[in-house]
Design a protein around this ligand. Structure first.
Ligand SMILES: C=C(OP(=O)(O)O)C(=O)O
Ligand SMILES: [Mg+2]
Length: 421
């Protein structure tokens, strides 16, 4: 039997797409196979996420990850050396044990995820399988996810150009991933045309490559993207629909919601009413983080009034099984955003995906606003059959790396299916 024990673990500081430092990691196995991964980093982070370790006085202006790097090569390497990389659960348990905290704040969730991912990638290389096949369970057939593609950006990703963080297109009528991503690109082009027709500078892009336009208010953003869909020639609602990441925690203040671009303050109830109005007027199929991350009562009320659409919890659930379990038990939201670095290990992220799938919740695997050119996220979406993926726009290489990887997987040789909406 091949010897796939972890024999070496290396780490370094790498750039993310905002030019901030992040952790790169490589795991080498006894049989000589190796795998490396870089870890992404969010901006609109949830308060309950596992902790990303940052420290001062190192590179790139004193917000380095030098301690995360030395934690990889020191205690985390010691904890996993000798473990069979094919036993992901054991690798991840050893990483958690080495850290000893529930939020991974001692050694850093960024350090832990680097090792967890690199071990999985090294194992896939050793068994000569693509990562999506190596992480698939049982007889699961690879499933290409429906993309959710960023068109307009606001919030923490575009210097507050809008209060809401993302207006995205979902190519709901597409029959293959290739068609879906082309349709998303057509909607972007249509939105650029719509912006230019209004004299807006459509070449300025935000962190995830979405257009970073200063508009009169949030509704204007929806009107612009709706016009972009019309200009794309796609049928609004049937072929191309809209998703919003409200990211409400980023503008929640003293129990209310400050819509700064509109100069008004709303209660939770008024914010839900505004969202219900948008759902009535635009082809919206998915709403993310509609209220603050700890406003469970507000979310329950929101579910009653916005029940017809996908209600997606990001900051609400933070890829955490305990929080998702509470959501399922209390019938709050109906979908979960899954960001592996919110929880720190692949096994924990997979547990969230499976709990959601068994509970009838949809799953959307997601990149971060600070991401890298790595594309393991695409393989996880396919192998775990998450059904949806959110990566940002169709521009900027750290985004296209994931789309291009999905196009590559769809081209074969393994047979795939596509997750229609
Ligand atoms: C991808 C997102 O942004 P960030 O990575 O900044 O949390 C998000 O909020 O869904
Ligand atoms: Mg979000």
């Amino acid at each position: 039997m091949a010897d796939r024990r972890i024999a070496g673990v290396y780490a370094w500081e790498a750039f993310d797409s905002r030019g901030n430092p992040t952790v790169g990691c490589e795991v080498v196995l006894s049989d000589g196979a190796s795998g490396s991964a870089t870890v992404p980093s969010g901006a609109s982070t949830g308060a309950h996420e596992a902790v990303e370790l940052r420290d001062g006085g190192t590179r790139y202006g004193g917000k380095g990850v030098a301690s995360a790097v030395t934690n990889v090569t020191g205690p985390l390497a010691a904890a996993v050396t000798g473990i069979d990389a094919g036993d992901q659960r054991r690798v991840d348990a050893a990483l958690r044990e080495a850290d000893g905290t529930t939020d991974l704040s001692r050694l850093g969730a960024n350090a832990v995820l680097g090792v967890s991912l690199s071990a999985a990638i090294a194992y896939a290389s050793s068994i000569r399988q693509p990562l999506h096949a190596a992480v698939a369970e049982g007889d699961d057939v690879p499933l290409l996810p429906m993309p959710m593609v960023n068109i307009l950006s606001g919030g923490a990703h575009a210097d507050g150009a809008l209060d809401i963080q993302d207006v995205l297109v979902v190519p709901v009528g597409a029959e293959s991933f290739r068609e879906a991503i082309e349709w998303a690109w057509r909607v972007r082009r249509g939105t650029v045309e719509a912006a230019e027709a209004r004299g807006l500078p459509a070449h300025l892009v935000a962190d995830e490559g979405g257009l970073g336009l200063r508009l009169g208010g949030n509704r204007d953003a929806l009107e612009l993207v709706a016009e972009g869909i019309d200009r794309s020639g796609l049928r609004s609602g049937d072929e191309a629909a809209i998703a919003i990441d409200v990211a409400a925690s980023t503008f929640a203040e003293d129990g209310g919601y400050e819509l700064r671009t509109e100069g008004r303050r709303l209660t939770a109830d008024e914010l839900v009413s505004a969202l219900a109005g948008w759902v009535a007027d635009f082809p919206i199929v998915s709403l993310e983080d509609v209220l603050g991350e700890d406003d469970w009562d507000g979310w329950r009320q929101a579910g009653k009034r916005l029940g017809g659409v996908q209600l997606l919890g990001d900051d609400l659930f933070v890829t955490n099984t305990a929080r998702l379990r509470r959501g399922v038990d209390e019938q709050i939201a109906n979908a979960v955003l899954v960001k592996p670095n919110q929880v720190g290990t692949l096994s924990d992220a997979l547990d969230v995906v499976r709990l959601a799938q068994h509970s009838g919740y949809a799953t959307v695997l997601s990149a971060r606003s600070g991401d890298t050119e790595d594309h393991w996220l695409a393989d996880l979406a396919v192998g775990w059959r998450t059904g949806q993926i959110k990566v940002g726009s169709t521009t900027r290489s750290e985004r296209t790396a994931k789309w291009n990887r999905l196009l590559r997987i769809e081209a074969g040789p393994a047979p795939t299916t596509f997750a229609t909406w």
